[in-house]
Design a protein around this ligand. Structure first.
Ligand code: GLN
Ligand code: ZN
Length: 775
């Protein structure tokens, strides 16, 4: 049977950055003054035009506009509604690029005061992760007396711009309730959702302008509908869409939800008077039936069936077979085909990858390929499956090949994960026993000093790594260079009197990439950039196969560093959860299993380091917290396996080998039990900016193991004074036992300059010495 069902294709949003990172380079030229505003506008207009033209030529029916952004779409929304904090000195009217970029990046200004020039630093808005992605948005800052007013016509301008070029687009707006829910207020008890009534008139105005400019539909993103919501939130949703429906006539809204299931918000979502609803059917395929059953007959349902969060080629036949009977049963309803979410989170075009293994390449789909997949599905529904038989077969063959490929499957690795026993994630003895043994061996003073791992990645370090990568520096010469950097770092730490040294990580490009390149099962792309924030893009590694460690990854450098000194040198590894979290992960295994594979590879490394006489080993897990699922009900399952994987990596060693971990973020309260369960002998955390307030979670939990609360804010070039660090440490002694406290910076020092690092660490060592004398 062959149904003839017409289904338009939507993309919900596409990458802004350009296939060759054009946006980054244009912005940097503009910021450095090499390009004027007109130049910026022309060049970014060309990028938008290319984006629309690409989608148009691929046959996309609902091409988005206003999905482009110079920096971030949440910041664009702040601009649209005039949510501009006072410090940016906005005088009303339309927001200018200088204010927009000040909010994005902060600003240092020369101010004239009493004849003297005073530097006035204006900070950027805070930045945080967009749901569970690695994209960061600028956090709107709203006050209880916040007023809103239209301050940017970007949405309308870009719609018109597209129209002039001959593209009929569907503008995208971040919805009012999600905007407010993502905002923060300086007033602790104030919930920004309370501002809805004041915000809605601006949305009404924008929607009317879009309609009057010719838009028939507007995509309005409400991803917060997949979060745990309060009754207040749900009421806000009902209110918002009721008001918009009443006040803006003759315009259709496609309410877009993504990153998860609607779950207990389903009836709220279905009760909203909107013309269309988009649902994520990759993360939550099971919700489709309920959505169709509950939607009103004339509502368009947008089926998010192609994964917008990952890069694997889809099984088109399987999607077709799943959807066909459903579509056939609902011939009277209009559907759309779409990615699960905006394509912002995947790289642009796989075809640019010329050096990727051809098998692996045949298993992947980037943004362009995903749009093609949607069009193939649409053609299958419209003209019958036979017209796309070749494409379906190619997809099925690729998936079958991937399922059986030797490049993917390694029985030794899967066997190890299947054979996990509880004792593998268990140190031999509890912490008090280990602590005594470690102390006997290491003989560290009270308030031992250490650093988090990396030292400044100077231009010379980067230059020689690049030269080695492109073949202009021999491997011997590169080795000699890294050796001399490492030796200098060791000598210099010795001179300072740091107690536990590090080798400096000069050989590492990036804490995940370095290990990914040494592990089997990982691959790297050349052009697979995705936006992390603003003009910062990352190329996440691809975990495509069972992960194993062909040979030791760090032993050579740790052993070399240790050979230079009698002081202990700490080994340095990136933990399994972080290795997982910052990669594109295969979709044919549960994430927990992939993580466990990495954990075993790291466990072997830890054991090898111990055998090479490395007595302290740090396993960094800065990404554990950001792996938390969006819904609280799923947290425990995640934390259980995340902690288990960390422990598998850490538990292969003797009791007198000291395991450290490191985390750098500011929210420990809700995961403190899991952190306790990790049972690292020492944890170093970021605390200097919060003035040790972060320790509260550890104190309330009565965290028993050792802690190094960061005393030096490495995000700032400022050299902290001895007094400041003493003060922070004294604050720590009021909350923790003296014997628990280590002295270290907040994080690695790779982004700093030696001129800052050396005096700062000298001060840190002196601060520790003063504390030792006072106890
Ligand atoms: N060891 C790493 C470093 O010092 C830790 C980095 C991190 O926490 N992000 O660079
Ligand atoms: Zn860190």
């Amino acid at each position: 049977m062959s149904a003839k069902i017409q289904i338009p294709v939507s993309t919900l949003g596409t990458p802004r950055i350009g296939p060759r990172r054009e946006l980054k380079f244009v912005l940097e030229e503009f910021w450095s003054g090499k390009l004027d505003l007109k130049g910026l506008q022309e060049k970014t207009a060309a990028l938008r035009c290319a984006n629309w033209a690409r989608q148009n030529s691929l046959g996309v029916e609902n091409i988005p506009s206003n999905d482009f952004s110079l920096y971030d779409h949440v910041l664009d929304t702040c601009a649209m509604v005039g949510a501009i904090p006072d410090i940016y000195d906005w005088q009303g009217g339309l927001i200018q690029p200088s204010t927009y970029f000040a909010m994005a990046r902060g600003e240092t200004q020369e101010d004239s005061c009493c004849g003297k020039s005073v530097r006035k630093g204006i900070p950027a808005l805070e930045m945080t992760k967009w749901f569970d992605t690695n994209y960061h948005f600028m956090v709107p800052e709203l006050s209880p007396d916040q007023h809103f007013a239209l301050a940017s016509t970007k949405a309308v301008d870009e719609f018109r711009e597209a129209k002039c070029l001959g593209f009929k687009t569907r503008p995208v707006l971040l919805g009012p309730v999600s905007f407010l829910k993502l905002a923060k207020s300086k007033e602790a008890d104030f919930n920004p959702v309370m501002l809805l009534d004041r915000l809605l008139p601006v949305y009404e105005e924008v929607l009317r302008q879009l309609r009057d400019s010719g838009a028939k539909w507007v995509q309005i993103d409400e991803p917060c509908l997949v979060l745990d919501l309060s009754e207040t939130d749900r009421a806000a949703y009902r209110k918002a869409y009721h008001v918009l429906n009443e006040t803006v006539s003759n315009l259709n809204l496609m309410l877009t939800t993504y990153f998860g299931k609607l779950g207990d918000n389903l009836s709220t979502a279905l009760s909203l008077p909107v013309a269309g609803l988009h649902v994520d059917l990759v993360r939550a395929p099971e919700q489709l039936e309920d959505v169709i059953a509950g939607a009103s007959p004339e509502q368009v349902i947008s089926l998010g069936v192609i994964d917008g969060r990952n890069i694997w080629r889809a099984d088109l036949q399987a999607i077709y077979d799943w959807l066909l009977p459903i579509l056939a049963d609902h011939q009277d309803r209009q559907f759309e085909l779409a990615p699960s979410c905006s394509l912002l989170h995947v790289p642009i075009d796989l075809e640019l990858e010329k050096e990727l293994d051809p098998d692996l390449k045949s298993w992947l789909a980037f943004s362009v390929q995903k749009i093609a997949e949607l069009k193939i599905l649409a053609r299958a529904f419209a003209q019958g499956v036979s017209v796309v038989a070749g494409e379906f077969l190619a997809a099925s063959n690729a998936i079958a090949a991937r399922r059986t490929s030797e490049k993917v499957h390694n029985r030794l690795v899967t066997g190890r994960v299947l054979g996990i026993t509880p004792n593998m994630s268990q140190r031999r003895n509890p912490f008090p026993v280990r602590r005594d043994l470690q102390q006997k061996k290491l003989k560290l003073p009270a308030f031992p000093t250490t650093t988090i791992g990396s030292f400044p990645q100077t231009p010379e370090v980067r230059k020689s790594r690049a030269a080695f990568a492109n073949g202009s520096l021999t491997s011997d010469a590169y080795d000699a260079f890294v050796r001399s950097e490492t030796e200098a770092a060791i000598r210099w730490q010795e001179d300072l009197g740091i107690d536990v040294l590090v080798h400096g990580e000069f050989e590492r490009n990036d804490m995940v990439q370095y290990f990914g390149e040494k592990l089997a099962g990982y691959a790297f792309t050349k052009y697979g950039w995705v936006q992390s924030y603003g003009s910062r893009y990352v190329r996440p590694p691809v975990i495509f196969g069972d992960v194993s460690r062909p040979e030791p990854m760090t032993v050579k450098w740790s052993r070399y560093a240790q050979s230079l000194t009698d002081l202990p040198v700490k080994g340095m590894l990136t933990g399994p959860v972080t290795m997982l979290q910052w990669s594109f992960v295969r979709d044919d295994l549960p994430r927990r299993d992939v993580c466990a594979q990495i954990a075993f590879a790291l466990r072997d490394e830890v054991i090898d380091l111990e055998a090479a006489s490395i007595g302290l080993i740090q396993i960094d897990e800065p990404a554990i917290r950001e792996g938390l699922p969006l819904r609280r009900a799923e947290w425990k399952t995640y934390l259980d396996w995340a902690v288990e994987c960390f422990r598998i990596s850490a538990s292969g060693v003797r009791d007198d080998t000291q395991i450290h971990t490191h985390m750098c973020y500011s929210e420990f309260n809700d995961i403190i039990e899991a952190i306790g369960a990790m049972d690292a002998d020492v944890i170093s955390i970021e605390t200097s900016r919060s003035k040790m307030e972060l320790l509260e979670a550890f104190v309330n939990y009565a965290y028993p193991n050792d802690i190094g609360p960061g005393v030096y804010d490495i995000h700032s070039p400022r050299v902290p004074a001895i007094d400041e660090m003493v003060e922070l440490l004294v604050a720590a002694t009021r909350q923790l036992a003296t014997s628990q406290i280590w002295v270290n910076p907040d994080c690695g020092l790779k982004t700093r300059q030696w001129e800052e690092v050396k005096p700062a660490l000298a001060n840190m060592v002196e601060a520790a010495r003063m504390l030792r004398e006072s106890v």
